[in-house]
Design a binder for this molecule. Sequence first.
Ligand code: ADP
Ligand code: MG
Length: 136
Amino acid sequence: MYKKILIPIDGSEQSTEAALQGAELAQIIGATVTLFHVVPVLPVDRFRSIVIDEIKVQGKEILKQAEQDIAKFEVPVDTDMVPGHPADAIVLKARLEEYDLIIMGSKGLGAVKIYLLGSVSSTVSKHAHCSVLIVR
Ligand SMILES: Nc1ncnc2c1ncn2[C@@H]1O[C@H](COP(=O)(O)OP(=O)(O)O)[C@@H](O)[C@H]1O
Ligand SMILES: [Mg+2]
């Protein structure tokens, strides 16, 4: 059934939970897991955007931590980090690399209480080519 699971993470509690549940599910069904972090870019003007080095370093830490968190499940894991707009980058990677399931948190670092669903999970669930499991 599901063979390749993409788990987008931003370091939030909900994304950690998504990584744990995703890895446990992968162990049961025999799937592989990719932990994926999108380093948000800051627009400079209409044509240019930049990535701040400090944010890149944080991104690497987020991936390393999540990898440690799910190590106990002993599933094949790889990690990837790209600069970009989180929802677009997640949808694109899932399609290009033929993932068959995306598992992500309902909220993230920018959690605002009145919203039931963050903008990244909302956009990904609308535009992904594959199934999306949103962890609460
Ligand atoms: N920069 C990012 N890189 C990878 N995954 C992300 C990123 N931002 C958010 N996500 C994923 O989307 C989920 C929901 O986050 P988001 O929609 O941004 O909610 P919020 O508005 O509360 O920050 C997170 O739990 C995580 O799985
Ligand atoms: Mg967010």
